[in-house]
Design a binder for this molecule. Structure first.
Ligand code: TTP
Ligand code: MG
Length: 406
C-alpha cells in the first residue's frame, strides 16, 4: 500500500484581535478597526485598505484613516477565542502546535473528501470555525510547516490554499526573498546588496557561501529555499525561550497578603503550564511587585534544581514575595518571570524517585484536562483564594491586565 503523503495544516486567524472585536461589537463590522496602544497590534482588513499595518504608530494611523475606531483590547478574551478554534482544529489534525493566533497540525492519513482532497478538508475546517466561533481564518496545506504557512499567507484573508509537493519549487522561486522564514530586514538587505531578490535567485548560492555569510542560519536558508523545512536543522527548531512570564494589575490595589499570594500562585500556574507545554524545566524565578505609589521592586533566585513542578517553584516564589513585600502599602501589580530553562527528558530517568514520577503523571493529567475543558476546570492550591474574588470564564480567572506573553 502507498504511504500517505505528509499533510500539514497551518491555520492563522485573519486580523485576529480586530476580528474578535468586530465579532463582539456588531456595529464595528465592515469598519476600520485598530487594536493597540501606542502602535497598531492588529487592524481590520478594511483599515489595511487605507495603508494601515501592524507596528504603525497610532498617530500616523489616525492621520491616514481618521474614521478608524481604536481599541485597547483584551488579551484574555482573545485567548479564549483562540482556544475554541484549536479545539476545532484538533478534530481534523493531531499533534497541534499553537502560537498566539496560528497553529500547525498534522492531517496525514486523515480521510479527505474524494473530490476535493486536502483543499476540501481545509474548507471544512474553515467553515466549522466560521460557524462555531464566528471568526475568519486562512488555511494552508502542504507537506511541511514552512510551506503550509506560506500557503495560508498566500490565501489571506479568508482563503484556503495548498502547495503540492511537485509545485513547491516553482511557487518558492517567484517569492520575494523577505517572504522566506528566517530572512529578516538585515538578512534581506545583505542579499539584496548582492542582487538576490527572489527565493529562486537564492538557490544560486552554494551552501558554503551562505554559511560564510550567515553562519548556521545560512545553512537553514539553503534548505528552505529548496522547500525543505528547518526540521532538517534541529538547532533552530529547538530554540529555548529566555523567559516566560505572567503578570497582572489588581482590579483594586490590595494589602491582603492571602489575596496577593493567591494571585501570584495563579500566575505561576499559568506560566508553568507554558513551561511544560514547551517541554522545559525552569531553573530560576523572579517576583516583581509595584506599590500603589508606583514604587517597584523585583527579586530573583535560582531554584535548587531545574523543575517542571508548580509546588517546587511556588515555594521559592512565596519566599521571594515575603522578602519583597515589606511596606504596609497596597500593591497594584504583581508578576512572575521564569528563566534559565533546560529541556525536559521525555521519559523519567532510571533513578527518578517514585514521588517525582507520580507528580509528573499528575501534572500531565491536569494539563490534559485543562487543554480539553479549559484552565478553570481545575482550581488548585493557593489559587483557591481567588475564588469569589475574581470573575471566571472557561480559560481561567479574568485578570485586569493579563500579560501579553506569547
Ligand atoms: P498576525 O497573525 O501577524 O496578525 P493578524 O492576525 O492581526 O492579521 P493577519 O494574520 O490577517 O495578517 O498576529 C496575530 C495577533 O498578534 C494580532 O492580531 C495582534 C498580535 N500582534 C501584536 O500584538 N503585535 C504585533 O506586532 C503583531 C504583528 C501582532
Ligand atoms: Mg493572524
Amino acid at each position: 500500500m502507498k504511504r500517505a503523503d505528509k499533510l500539514i495544516i497551518h491555520v492563522d486567524v485573519d486580523a485576529f484581535f480586530a476580528s474578535v472585536e468586530q465579532l463582539l461589537i456588531p456595529s464595528l463590522r465592515g469598519r476600520c478597526v485598530i487594536v493597540g496602544s501606542g502602535c497598531i497590534a492588529s487592524c481590520s482588513y478594511e483599515a489595511r485598505s487605507h495603508g494601515l499595518h501592524a507596528g504603525m504608530p497610532l498617530r500616523e494611523a489616525k492621520r491616514l484613516c481618521p474614521q478608524a475606531v481604536i481599541l485597547k483590547g483584551n488579551y484574555q478574551i482573545y485567548r479564549c477565542f483562540a482556544e475554541h478554534i484549536w479545539r476545532i482544529c484538533r478534530r481534523y489534525t493531531c499533534g497541534l502546535e499553537t502560537f498566539l493566533d496560528e497553529a500547525y497540525g498534522d492531517a496525514t492519513g486523515i480521510p479527505t473528501d474524494r473530490r476535493g482532497g486536502p483543499l476540501a478538508l481545509g474548507r471544512r475546517l474553515q467553515r466549522d470555525v466560521r460557524e462555531e466561533v464566528g471568526l475568519p481564518v486562512s488555511v494552508g496545506l502542504a507537506e511541511n510547516q514552512m510551506l503550509a504557512k506560506l500557503a495560508s499567507a498566500s490565501a489571506k484573508p479568508g482563503g484556503v490554499a495548498q502547495i503540492r509537493p511537485e509545485e513547491a519549487m516553482s511557487v518558492l522561486a517567484g517569492l520575494e526573498i523577505e517572504k522566506l522564514p528566517g530572512v529578516g530586514g538585515e538578512t534581506g538587505q545583505k542579499l539584496r546588496d548582492i542582487n538576490i531578490r527572489t527565493v529562486g535567485e537564492l538557490r544560486a548560492l552554494p551552501r558554503d557561501i551562505l554559511r560564510s555569510m550567515f553562519g548556521r542560519r545560512g545553512e537553514a536558508l539553503y534548505e528552505r529555499c529548496r522547500g525543505r523545512d528547518v526540521e532538517s536543522c534541529p538547532d533552530l527548531r529547538s530554540r529555548i525561550p529566555r523567559t516566560i512570564s505572567r503578570e497582572t494589575t489588581f482590579h483594586k490595589p490590595t494589602c491582603d497578603r492571602a489575596e496577593i499570594k493567591a494571585m501570584l500562585s495563579y500566575l505561576l500556574e499559568r506560566a508553568m503550564r507554558t513551561v511544560r507545554g514547551a517541554g522545559l524545566l525552569t531553573g530560576a524565578a523572579e517576583v516583581s511587585i509595584s506599590y500603589e505609589d508606583w514604587k517597584q521592586y523585583a527579586v530573583s533566585r535560582s531554584l535548587p534544581a531545574p523543575t517542571a513542578a508548580d509546588d517546587e517553584v511556588l515555594a521559592v516564589v512565596a519566599d521571594l514575595l515575603a522578602r519583597l513585600h515589606r511596606r504596609r502599602v497596597a500593591l497594584r501589580h504583581v508578576g512572575v518571570v521564569l528563566s534559565k530553562f533546560t529541556r525536559q527528558a521525555d521519559e523519567g530517568t532510571l533513578f527518578e524517585p517514585e514521588s517525582h514520577r507520580r507528580r509528573r503523571g499528575l501534572h500531565g493529567a491536569v494539563d490534559r484536562i485543562r487543554d480539553r475543558w479549559g484552565h478553570a476546570t481545575i482550581v488548585s492550591g493557593e489559587s483557591i483564594g481567588l475564588l469569589g474574588k475574581l470573575r471566571q470564564n472557561d480559560c481561567g480567572f479574568i485578570l485586569r491586565t493579563p500579560s501579553l506573553t506569547k
